[in-house]
Design a protein around this ligand. Sequence first.
Ligand SMILES: [Zn+2]
Ligand SMILES: [Zn+2]
Length: 358
Amino acid sequence: MKSAVNVSAREAQIPATMRAVVFTGPSAFALQEVPTPRAGPREALVRVRASMVCASDAKILAGKFPATRFPHVPGHEFAGDVVTSADERFPAGSRVCVEVHVGCGTCERCREGMYTLCLNYGKRETGHAHVGFTIDGGLADYAAVPIAALHKLPEHVTFDQGAWTDNLGVALWAIERGRLAAGEHVVVIGPGAIGLCATQLARALGAGRVTLVGRGKRLARVRDMADEVVDAADVARLHGTADLVVEFAGTADAARDAIALARRGGRVVLGGATGAGVELSGVDLSTIVRGNLDVLGSLANPKGVSGRALELLAQGKIDVTSLVTHHFPLERFEEAWRTFTERRDGAIRVMLHPQAAA
Ligand SMILES: [Zn+2]
Ligand SMILES: [Zn+2]
């Protein structure tokens, strides 16, 4: 009985309403006062401490995710502490972070551990959830998060670092798809947040030389994260040299470069073009066939890979702190959004702090 009393005491402290970023319709958003969500039986209510915006949020806002219904609370890269939960593995006060794909658990893909490819995508009644995409997310004071999406934050990992859990899993999955072997020459194309996670993970996992390919101001800013940085315009000199190429730029040009950069017998992992409508032309098929290349697609972070990435974060092998170029309280969401989407001041990632004073 004692625990029931404690739970209701905690619930009494949860305000009836909270602030949330609401995508009210395509290309329209506002910071609104909305009812605080209640945690369902297989969910925890999380007080959000650190929450980032990402290019996927811009796609959602533009109406490019048919499974997202407006009005929608975005946010899928976040960490916080549990306020209420019926699951004893995550009692109130637990510091947690989130990976965003929750499968139904029973379809063929889920049974293979590929819950990122769940055959019941978008059907909440089956147990499927894509946090911040098909259900409300963490750009708010509180979020109701499926237990299956939660990870405990290791002791020395901060909320700000923990918000990278999903991203790190996405980057690590791409490198594992590419079967990185110690000492190999790795080229990463795309100096955005995920590309920079992949660059650091390749180093942490024992790559030989790591080359980062990209454009613009960002490249100068992140020079130290790779052994060399090369402007995409000068990439021809590296053609045919890489053991493993990992692409997180999302353009057809980048995919063509990725295939051209691999040595014969090498591996190419394409992870950037996750939205429909980007076509690849201008590739000589003999480059792939006579080159005996493995050209692989990589989507998201299945098979618990984010939990393993979190271990590397806890060991201090990945620096995500310097990838957060701007911090804002939740009240200044609009400014944060513009800073990110317009890449003001070379912005890589912006972070919102709902519990901070304005
Ligand atoms: Zn994201
Ligand atoms: Zn499933």
